[in-house]
Every structure is written in C-alpha cells, then in structure tokens.
Design a protein around this ligand. Structure first.
Ligand code: ATP
Ligand code: MG
Length: 180
C-alpha cells in the first residue's frame, strides 16, 4: 500500500508542520549534513511504534520534541502522521485511506490514532504486522542495520523470515493469548 504523505510537526528538527508527499516510484531525500534526513526516517519509525528512545538518538522519548533554537522556542508537542492509500485494502482496515498518528506532550503523555480515533500501540502494530513494514522490519534499513543482520543470532534472524512469511502475526496472537 503506497505511502502518500508524511506529516511531521514539532518532531526533532521539524519545528514547523512539514508535509512530504510521495509519488509512485522512488523518492530520494537529499540535503546537507544535519539537515534532518535521518530525522525523517526516525519520524516514520516513531509513528510505527518505536519504543526505544536510544534508537532514536535520545535518552528520553520526550527528546523527540523540537528542543528550540536561537530563533524559535521549544515545541510543546510532537506529532507525526503517515497517510497510506489503502484502496487495495492491504492494511487490515476498511477505509480507502489510513492515517496513523502518534503524539507526545512535554508531560510525557502520548497517544496513537488511526483515522483520528485513539487506539493502542498494539492496534498500530497489528495493522502493520503482515504488511511487511514495521518499525524494525527490512522495509526500513538504517545505517549499520545490514551489519547487524549479518552478525545476528540465527533465532533473531529467523523472526525476519517469519515476518516476511506472514506468520509473525499468529505467533504474536498466540503469545498474547498465553499471557492472559
Ligand atoms: P547526515 O547527512 O549527517 O546524516 P541528516 O540530514 O541525517 O545528516 P539528522 O541527523 O536527521 O541530519 O539531523 C540532525 C539535526 O537534528 C541536528 O542539527 C540536531 O540538532 C537536530 N535535532 C535532533 N533532535 C532535535 C530536537 N529534539 N530539537 C531540535 N533539533 C533537533
Ligand atoms: Mg543522517
């Protein structure tokens, strides 16, 4: 399902609400060092449920909120929204367009929304689980990730294959059922 738009507001260096439109084919993002290219991929991982502040180069999740600059005061909140074209219903959601958002306030309060309805993180994860994209799937390859995959333990590498084969969803459901 094609990603149509990414809206970043108050996240890291994106002090102002910024919308990135994606057309069919390949989109390249270029810019000088420190201009925010990696922050864009981090925004995507964050909205998909990234829970490790460290992997987003921070020490606390609140560090993702725009911290202020010489000319701008810090933001009160960060929000990222991804809008997918779901006409082929590849995401398990009835609507033709799916907007997934995550917000965080300075208080640390945070929420996820699917089509503007508040949901749980597990709902966001469930939506993506068999789509081949998740915050740490092979759909997003960060710097150093290839080395990490090659050097990983066989059982860790196995989960990548399970995700690709679409069985991870059932495994997670089984784990959740066993934990209840
Ligand atoms: P490179 O080409 O070196 O990889 P890049 O385009 O990927 O650079 P990023 O790493 O995405 O750049 O952006 C880094 C910039 O984001 C730094 O200037 C940093 O100060 C800024 N930044 C990170 N977090 C915040 C924040 N919470 N508030 C404001 N600015 C931030
Ligand atoms: Mg970078």
């Amino acid at each position: 399902m094609p990603l149509r738009e990414l809206v970043i507001d108050g996240f890291k260096s994106f002090a102002e609400k910024t919308t990135i439109h994606f057309n069919t084919g390949i989109t390249g993002i270029v810019g000088p060092n420190g201009s925010g290219k990696s922050n864009i991929t981090e925004a995507i991982r964050w909205v998909m449920g990234e829970s490790s502040a460290k992997s987003l180069r921070g020490s606390n999740m609140k560090d993702v909120i725009f911290a202020g600059s010489e000319f701008r005061k810090p933001a009160n909140r960060a929000e990222v929204t991804m809008i997918f074209d779901n006409k082929k219903h590849e995401l398990s959601c009835d609507s033709d367009q799916v907007a997934i958002s995550r917000q965080i306030l300075r208080s640390g309060d945070s929420e996820y929304l699917i089509n503007k309805q508040t949901v749980r993180l597990r709902d966001v994860r469930a939506l993506f689980l068999d789509s081949g994209i998740s915050q740490n799937s092979l759909a997003i390859i960060s710097q150093g990730r290839v080395d990490q995959i090659l050097n990983s333990r066989p059982e860790d590498r196995r989960s990548l294959f399970e995700e690709a084969a679409g069985v991870l969803h059932f495994k997670k459901q089984k784990e959740a059922a066993e934990g209840q």
